[in-house]
Design a protein around this ligand. Sequence first.
Ligand code: SF4
Length: 481
Amino acid sequence: MAVQYSGVRESKEGRVNDFGGSSLQAAEKFAGKCLKRADRSFAQGLQCQQINSMACLMSLEDSVFISHSPQGCLGCTIMAVDMYRVGQAHRGIKLIKNPRIIVTNLDQKSVVFGGEQKLREAAQKAIARYNPKLIFIYASCASGIIGDDIDSIASDLGAEYPNTTFIPIHCEGFKSKVCASGFDAAFLSINKYILKKQKLPTVPNLVNLFAPTTVSFADQKEMERMLSLIGAEVNYIPFYSSLEKIKRIPQAVASTSICKVFADEFMKTLEEDYGIPYSHTVMPIGIRNTDKWYRGIAKVLGKEAEVEEIIEREHKRIEPLVAKIRARLEGKRVFICGGTGRSFAAAALIDDFGMKLVGLETPTYDDDAQVDIEYLNGIHKDFVVDIANMQPFEQVNLVKKLKPDAFIGVPDWAAKLGIPTTHVLDGKRPTMGYDGLLYLGNKIADQLSNPGFNKKLAEHVKLPYRESWYEQDPFKFIVGV
Ligand code: SF4
């Protein structure tokens, strides 16, 4: 009997999240099974999986999100809330809403005497205020350590309030250092409490398109346009969706995801439990990746011939425009930092523009990363790889040493070093598909032509590190490699 996936990414072999060194070394060690799960003797925060569990569902209609945790656990939600608000504006919504998030505020007393009563009261208040169709209950380190039984409480509450579905999500931060585990925890619960392995009649051409919070409305439209060209009706989930759309998941004829580490495990479950085939390839950023992504889903739908015609047409349309951007960017040295899906996709994108990769920071390394690194090693020869969930101290040290012309990624720290930066986790503008590539390329080139803002920022903002840190090995705190 197949072992049920626990939702913890480390439970599967070959997933590494602490390494620093050259790309050739990373590929060689991984191929020889010598890339170990290391650790850091000093670390500066870690993105917690709870935020990913919450962010991926935050825009579901008619839902309340209860975090059974101390208040601080919700600090990170600000970015997802911002994306949700901007996403509403882009979709033409006039009355912009915040997500309905409630925190049970576990404190010292709760840790000693238990916090279950607080959770019940929070749920009762959520029902009284909003009477939602769905209430998600998020575990945290504190609730997990004191052993509050969120499953039983959700079951009791479900009996008391039959019009609401209560969904506990086991995303305690301590369970995983790979923040993408949070997506898996959320999807495991959706399968268990909403879909419940019920087989439904198939809807011809219906395709599940899984998208995380960071996908812009422009990218959603581009992906939907591309899929509609091969005859698919798109069920875009869970971002900006609803209970009704979630319930349609088992009716699809195929699934695919916009991100490599989003819903990849869930799509395997959908194949096992509901017989829905899927395509898991890459994030569609850059020509090569967009082609690969498109061919992947077309193959599952049996539309290989149609997709080749479309790809040929699209290449003809955009290649002259890409050549113009290439003339502005060729030979520029780039450092890339992003989530696992975006960082590798963006690294392939810079091929389109003839840029040179000097450094890559990404939270995890696995079989998929190995394929990408081997491909990138063939083009860029050798570059620095930092496998790090956050850890800005390593990033600024590296960026100072490597002195790239441009930084593509989450830009907060590099911008303060005065380097031209382009945000690759841009939930507000296009980055994906054939049109996204043009927009992103022009954005990088514009940043290089107009670096004034970051230069001024660097003159006025001091990073919190001593000069002596920049002279040291950026990876000196990684132990047990
Ligand atoms: S769940 Fe744990 S790791 Fe996550 S924010 Fe709360 S305390 Fe931190």
